[in-house]
Design a protein around this ligand. Structure first.
Ligand code: SF4
Ligand code: SF4
Length: 437
């Protein structure tokens, strides 16, 4: 390895070195309790995916360049250079990690392997080995954000088409999808495609909410790629929009990582306190149901329904009860999976892994525990408030022939409001809906 490349990698790790990272690198006692917590390791028994091993690759470099013992006796202290072999291993173990943090929950020292993985991604990017697809998707999002005027007319035309659908479905000619509305209470940040706009627009209009739709998407490939600057700039687009419009709340759609980025990371990245709250749309819908602002049929969903806790909304976001309260309010035959809440198994689809074909095999195999959990419930509907989880479980559904309907929670709410499968969440309906925007 060239001296300059080595210095760049070590310099990058040095810049990430704070008390938190140092502690995670210092305190691991190699008890291997985390091996039984990681869905990828449990499903494959491949060391590449053992949480402590993933972090160990960063630790080896840390010992060599940041500890005296590792510098003077590298063989004794298992200190290593970030050579080609180490970087290859690091790439596979790092970009496969879904960031579910189930390993942290079970680690006796609460070592956050995902935090170490974020340092590993920075090292890989510095070595020119960041994942190409995630990097391209992040750059495409930044380009769109920087050139929003180029896309504005098409976007607004798409929104008007969805607005017409909302009016047809609700038989309310006044229903609207406001854009750029100064002084609205809420800015709703959706995903690309109408499937995350239509059901929310129906609910907001029925609740007579004061809202406006963001011109920007919630998804953040900069976060998955592992570049906090890109991640911050992608989220900054709708944060600035929210400030400009003077809203009281930014409402993130049913997308796990987007919620976590906006609610838990953005202020620290931007070094600025935001003048509004960030909430998940299910917190808003739960409010509406409990306050009676939307009318739902308590027997609206007759099938047996279960709920998947997306890692970034549940274990890493702390939202467990509101989605369950919503589903229980509309589906009398609700059954929880075991385990659930903070102990739930990752479905295998997080961390951007669904966008990286090279990990397809481990991704699908790592869904085995989720498949068993779902089967054990006997449910025919799976309510799931995260796009990546829905993509993964949707694929598991086909591969394992589960016969499931995998649906966003807000779509079930729309059904229970008497608007049928209006939101078009599966199969051809959804493809058609996505083509609109
Ligand atoms: S459970 Fe924690 S201390 Fe034990 S090996 Fe895993 S990371 Fe290290
Ligand atoms: S964060 Fe999840 S995928 Fe990553 S090592 Fe831990 S348990 Fe495995």
């Amino acid at each position: 390895m060239e001296k300059q490349e080595l210095e760049t990698i070590i310099g990058t790790l040095g810049k990430r070195m704070n008390r938190q990272l140092k502690e995670y690198l210092d305190v691991c006692v190699r008890c291997a309790i985390c091996k039984d917590a990681c869905h990828q390791y449990v499903a494959t028994q491949d060391m590449t995916y053992l949480p402590a091993h993933r972090a160990e690759l960063v630790r080896a470099v840390y010992r060599k360049y940041f500890t005296k013992a590792g510098q003077f006796m590298p063989a004794v202290y298992e200190a290593r250079d970030p050579d080609e072999h180490l970087l290859d291993d690091l790439y596979r173990s790092t970009y496969a990690c879904t960031g579910c943090r189930r390993c942290m929950y079970y680690c006796p020292f609460s070592i956050d392997t995902q935090w170490v993985i974020s340092a590993a991604k920075a090292m890989l990017i510095a070595a020119g080995r960041g994942n190409e697809m995630l990097g391209q998707l992040a750059d495409a999002a930044l380009f769109k954000g920087d050139n929003i005027e180029m896309f504005r007319d098409n976007l607004v035309e798409g929104f008007r088409e969805i607005e017409t659908q909302v009016r047809d479905i609700t038989k309310n000619p006044e229903a609207e999808i406001p854009v750029d509305r100064q002084g609205a209470d809420m800015l709703y940040v959706a995903l690309a495609g109408s499937h995350s706009i239509l059901p929310a627009a129906i609910i907001f209009n029925e609740a007579k909410a004061s809202w406006t739709l963001s011109m920007f998407e919630a998804a953040n490939y900069g976060f998955f790629f592992g570049d906090p600057d890109k991640a911050r700039l992608i989220a900054k687009r709708f944060m600035d929009e929210a400030k400009r419009l003077g809203v009281k709340e930014v409402v993130i759609t049913e997308c796990g990582h987007a919620y976590r980025v906006a609610e838990l990371f953005y202020e620290a990245w931007a070094k600025e306190r935001m003048p509004f709250k960030v909430v998940h749309i299910l917190e808003v819908i739960d409010r509406y149901v409990k306050e009676g602002r939307i009318k739902v049929d308590p027997r609206g969903i007759r099938e047996k329904v279960t709920y998947h806790d997306p890692c970034q909304i549940g274990r890493n976001g702390g939202i467990y009860e509101q989605p369950r309260d919503i589903v229980k309010a509309i589906a009398p035959d609700f059954v929880d999976m075991t385990p659930n809440r903070e102990k739930q198994w990752c479905c295998g689809g997080g961390g951007g892994i669904v966008a990286m074909e090279e990990f397809n095999e481990v991704r699908l195999k790592s869904g085995d525990m989720k498949v068993e959990q779902i089967k054990a419930t006997g449910a025919s509907v799976l309510a799931c408030p995260c796009e990546n989880c829905r993509l993964q479980i949707g694929e598991l559904n086909e591969v394992h022939d589960l016969g499931l309907r995998v649906v966003p929670v807000m779509d079930l709410v729309v059904e229970a409001m008497g608007f049928g499968h209006a939101a078009g969440t599966t199969g051809d309906e959804r493809d058609a809906a996505e083509a609109v925007v």
